[in-house]
Ligand binder design. Structure first.
Ligand SMILES: [Zn+2]
Ligand SMILES: [Zn+2]
Length: 150
């Protein structure tokens, strides 16, 4: 099974994910912009059971941060969301199959060919199942209350 390794910029937090991601996407929402300081984020989702981390992290709005540098991942009981730019190997060999919050996409940035496009969050049936974009997540309750305008 493929094992991918990642770390934060200052090396205090390391992690690994086993096997292939469930899905890979990019997100243009304002939370992702603010947090990354960039125009969008590139992430992959693995089952929580495939994810291991070491090092001390702080948490804000359901996102885990290295105390020194930046956010790497978010996870709940089911899934782990990894910022793919923190993987050890570049390029990652992974490509997004969908884009979120395209209404926030910079106008100079074209839609990724072949990627499914979502105006806001990705919807599964009636429910949005999403870690960092999930409004009902126990981890993010309250913290994301003001995030409606993303
Ligand atoms: Zn760090
Ligand atoms: Zn986002």
């Amino acid at each position: 099974m493929v094992k991918r390794l990642g770390r934060c910029l200052c090396d205090k937090v390391t992690y690994s994910v086993d096997g292939e991601p469930i899905r890979v996407g990019i997100c243009h929402c304002t939370d992702c912009r603010q947090e990354s300081g960039s125009a969008f984020t590139f992430f992959g989702i693995w089952p929580a059971s495939a994810f291991e981390t070491s090092g001390e992290t702080d948490q804000y709005a359901g996102r885990q941060f290295c105390r020194c540098c930046s956010r790497l991942f978010a996870y709940d009981a089911e899934e782990a969301e990894i910022k793919l730019g923190s993987l050890q190997d570049a390029p990652s060999g992974l490509a997004p199959t969908y884009e979120l919050w395209i209404k926030r996409r910079e106008p100079w940035l074209p839609a990724l060919p072949g990627a499914e496009q979502f105006e806001e969050d990705r919807i599964y049936g009636e429910e949005t199942k999403w870690i960092m974009h999930q409004k009902n997540s126990p981890m993010s309750t309250g913290a994301l209350a003001g995030a409606v305008s993303r």
